[in-house]
Design a protein around this ligand. Sequence first.
Ligand code: SF4
Ligand code: SF4
Length: 389
Amino acid sequence: MHIPLQINDQVILEYEHLQQLLTLLQNKEYQVIGPTIRDRAIVYDTLTSIADLPRGYTDEQDGGTYRLKKRSDDALFGYAVGPHSWKQFLHPPSIRLWQAKREHNTFQITQEEQTAPRYAFIGVRSCELHAIAIQDKTLLGSPYTDPVYQARRSNLFIVAVNCGHTGGTCFCVSMQTGPKVTSGYDLALTEIIDAPRHYFVAQVGTPAGIEILQEIAYTEADHDDVQRAEQVVVETAQQMGRSMDTSNIKELLYHNLEHPRWENVANRCLTCGNCTMVCPTCFCTTVEDVTDLMGESAERWRKWDSCFTMDFSYIYGGSMRSSTKSRYRQWMTHKLASWLDQFGTSGCVGCGRCITWCPVGIDITEEVRAIRENKQPISITKRKSDANT
Ligand code: SF4
Ligand code: SF4
């Protein structure tokens, strides 16, 4: 018989009891999604058991570089974030909005019935919880909410994991988004390996988390267990791969729209849009209409879009951001400056994905540093007139 649990209580789950957690979530009709190895990377996909987790693997990351490596232990969560983010499940890359079929001389339009999957995410990192909170603001935090996101978000159960390994491109400490999980989870695990013992300190975040824990095997955590879990994130924070000075960053970027560094980065950027696809907070979409060759049916699809394409800013016969310089500047200035004006938060959580998955290794932390080191304030008038060149 378990003792009654309260929010923030911490308990111990032994390694062999983690499978109970997954099975219970599956029995409660959650589609359990978590990290697994595919195409030589750690991606997020459906888990059938804990055997699908990347046990004993870690990653090496740097600008434009990602490698999987074997660890010397059997850690299940001993790596940083990979190319996938949870965005693909809550804000799908492609979704049909409606279909139309010709009936005599008219078209009958059928709205798409959006059935929301009931997801349980396993292994969500602190930066990713912050990214989900940012998407909550952008997609739900105004009178114009996204019903697709809303339905998926309201069904969600989150098992977070405190990071015990920092990636070479992570800078969550600078962005105050990690590595310790602080909010937005139902349960938060810290993985501890004291060979031969392998266990998790589990912290309760919500009543739903309590309900789940009450149905699986756990023991009480003592003071030493809690201290040990704290130490894991303290050590991770000390190993952070990168950092970004965010002081007055909004003013810095707004006042340096004509900095020569934008031209410098434009000479390296391929405008491939990878950075926007892997970013857990980028949310832009476009719509595409598809018709059959006979003109009998049509469909409208919503798809992720990227501010790095020419089409993204196409208005009245031309693209407002025709140069690579203007597109990179738009992306970075939106992330780190105008996002603050729009949503009251930075658009960057310091996950480092845009650095790792940029084919030419462009590093947002390095670009900010270069602008900061050689600030070139310009007048308001000049800034406005040049903003879209
Ligand atoms: S910064 Fe890198 S990932 Fe982003 S568009 Fe340019 S080349 Fe592609
Ligand atoms: S801008 Fe880059 S580091 Fe920041 S959240 Fe997006 S992918 Fe992560």
